[in-house]
Design a protein around this ligand. Structure first.
Ligand code: PNS
Length: 161
């Protein structure tokens, strides 16, 4: 078995925000390899297509050389097994995230007992930040420059207005 510790940062990333980048950045310092995976749920309506979400992430993490970007239509526990992942890494914002994240972590462990879920607490300035908030502000013409990576800022605005 390889000694390389690969972790997975899953999410909808609709679109990626600076809160996500903070977690991915920190995971990339802690582990050998990080796979950011855009999960696809056919029952969910996304504002950005899978290709767009992947592309926006790729542009935003291009400076991190141990980070890869992928997408997957299926169970996260299955994806983790396929990639021999050491753990799933997620950001935890306020207590309001906790119940949902705890439920997902327990479900994933049930589906794949070998996989751990690790939580990184987000930086305080990103505690309130979410993709849906970014979308709402951008669609109403507000300033989102402090919420999304500067390299994708223009693309997000053009797309949502
Ligand atoms: O960014 P989000 O929307 O909070 O991410 C949620 C996500 C995509 C990580 C979660 O919905 C997920 O893991 N979906 C894949 C389907 C799955 O494995 N479901 C069972 C565990 S809850």
């Amino acid at each position: 078995m390889s000694n390389i510790k690969t972790v997975i940062c899953p999410g909808s990333y609709d679109p990626i925000t600076l809160g996500h980048i903070d977690v991915i950045n920190r995971a990339s310092k802690l582990f050998d390899k990080v796979i950011v995976v855009v999960m696809i749920n056919d029952k969910k309506h996304y504002s950005f297509s899978t290709e767009e979400r992947v592309d926006l992430i790729k542009q935003s993490v291009a400076h991190l050389n141990n980070v890869e970007v992928d997408y997957f239509d299926g169970l996260l526990a299955e994806y983790a097994k396929m990639h021999n992942a050491y753990a799933i890494v997620k950001g935890l914002r306020a207590m309001s995230d906790f119940e949902y994240e705890f439920q997902m972590a327990l479900t994933n462990r049930k589906l794949n007992p070998d996989i751990e879920t690790l939580f990184l607490t987000t930086k305080s300035e990103y505690m309130y930040l979410s993709s849906s908030m970014v979308k709402q502000i951008a669609s109403m013409g507000g300033d989102i420059s402090e919420f999304v990576p500067s390299i994708i800022h223009k693309r997000i605005i053009e797309r949502l207005r």
